[in-house]
Write a protein that binds this ligand. Structure first.
Ligand SMILES: Nc1ncnc2c1ncn2[C@@H]1O[C@H](COP(=O)(O)OP(=O)(O)OP(=O)(O)O)[C@@H](O)[C@H]1O
Ligand SMILES: [Mg+2]
Length: 407
């Protein structure tokens, strides 16, 4: 008698053959790749469930052959493996269900944004507009919104706390500023790698004309006025500043000004909070390059959406060079310069170079090169003088590899 043809689901479960001392079994479950099955085998002595001694993954044809063979050998389908069948059903239905949920959520977001007064489209996202004012950054028409930025822009619309991590000059600050510039939101920045005190950040009492008055710090100012606050280099912040921030990291989190009789500051709906860091989380491996950076604890990081911003791809960077230095920067010149930057970054990743090669540095070098007509001379102030002599020699070698001296 032939083994019956079974549906994909029905093949799942336990196949058992009684032996003199116990039983021998095969278990069929769904494997990781589509159209593959996992086969486990074991021998059971008495009541003791034996260990798995064979564990393999097969395709449909192979599974059919095995089922026939087990049938011939006297294995009997013992039990539909409730666990694996349920798992298998859930496994298959998860993505379609998630896709339905995602499009319903997108529709809901689109409806709520559509009801906002005015929006501007940035990448794939409609961003509600603020009002013009002196703190709105200037639009950089050469700025390139990469595909990768869509999630971040979406988070800004949804009022998530966004932390951007990445090497210096990768584009962390400019991304936030360029979204703000296009949607007309005022931006204030507070750099933690310097003299920022908790007084500057939260506020302080001062005496003026005989009267004592309170001066709001940058955090309550941004919260009250609906500005976008960028806490730059947050991995250098004092613990007291991080403590003040933590309260505000919750959605609609309020700030209590303890020094001002516990006055509570509620966030304006347009208020947004951002942080940038070079050496946090996934960037911790580069901490030696950013001396003095603190490790941030996980509970603090968990209150943010943390995005690792890598440098633009060579094609994107060449595009930025052409747009920024139009009309003189040609696509061919730009492609070579972007390739040099990519090679320098690869050398940095191999730890042959100890300095990162930022987009800022590349743009500056290119601009000076267009003025001097001499890549080597332009590299002096734009690159070599900023790095060690060893790094300068290596970068000079990379440049010469790409640019033959003028004949
Ligand atoms: N997507 C982009 N399109 C155009 N220019 C870009 C882009 N990303 C970065 N740049 C250029 O690179 C410069 C450096 O970027 P930015 O200041 O945002 O880097 P950063 O990551 O904040 O650096 P740091 O860690 O040193 O603060 C910008 O001023 C801008 O000229
Ligand atoms: Mg920055």
């Amino acid at each position: 008698m032939n083994a019956p043809e079974l549906t994909e689901d029905e093949r799942l479960g336990l196949y058992l053959r009684r032996t003199a001392t116990g039983a021998e079994w095969w278990r069929v479950s769904i494997a990781d790749r589509p159209q593959t099955w996992r086969l486990e085998h074991g021998v059971q002595d008495g009541e003791v469930k034996g260990a798995v001694d064979i564990d393999l993954v097969v395709d449909a044809e192979n599974l059919r052959a095995k089922l026939k063979k087990w049938h011939r050998e006297g294995f009997v389908f013992e039990a539909r493996d409730a666990g694996s069948t349920a798992d298998a059903k859930q496994r298959v239905s998860f993505m379609p269900e998630l896709q339905r949920a995602t499009s319903a959520a997108a529709q809901q977001r689109a409806n709520s944004v559509a009801s906002a007064v005015q929006t501007v489209r940035i990448g794939h996202v409609d961003v509600p507009c603020g009002v013009p004012g002196p703190l709105v950054p200037r639009v950089n028409p050469a700025y390139l919104f990469s595909e990768r930025f869509n999630d971040i822009v979406e988070d800004i619309v949804e009022n998530k706390r966004v932390m951007l991590i990445g090497h210096t000059g990768a584009g962390k600050t400019s991304l936030i500023e360029q979204v703000a510039a296009r949607a007309q939101h005022g931006v204030v920045r507070s750099n933690m790698n310097g003299q920022t005190t908790v007084g500057d950040f939260v506020g302080f009492w001062t005496v003026k004309g005989g009267a004592t008055l309170w001066v709001d710090g940058v955090l309550p100012t941004a919260m009250r006025e609906g500005l976008w606050l960028i806490v730059d280099e947050i991995d250098f912040a004092e613990p007291s500043i991080l403590a003040a921030l933590t309260a505000v990291l919750e959605p609609h989190g309020r700030l209590t000004l303890k020094e001002k009789g516990n006055e509570v500051v509620a966030p304006h709906p347009a208020f947004r909070l951002f942080a940038t860091a070079n050496a946090v989380g996934a960037m911790s491996q580069f901490r030696h390059l950013y001396q003095g950076a603190n490790l941030m604890n996980e509970a603090f990081l968990d209150r943010w959406r943390v995005y690792l911003l890598d440098y633009l791809s060579p094609a994107e960077e060449a595009d930025v060079l052409v747009r920024t230095l139009a009309p003189h920067m040609t696509p061919a010149l730009a492609a070579t310069l972007a390739a040099i930057a990519a090679d320098c970054r690869a050398a940095f990743a191999r730890e042959d170079l100890s300095s990162a090669f930022s987009t800022r540095r590349l743009l500056d070098w290119a601009e000076l090169m267009l003025r001097t007509g001499d890549p080597e001379r332009a590299a002096g102030p734009a690159i070599y003088a900023k790095v060690s002599p060893e790094d300068a020699a290596l970068i000079r070698g990379i440049i010469r590899h790409h640019i033959a001296p003028a004949g």
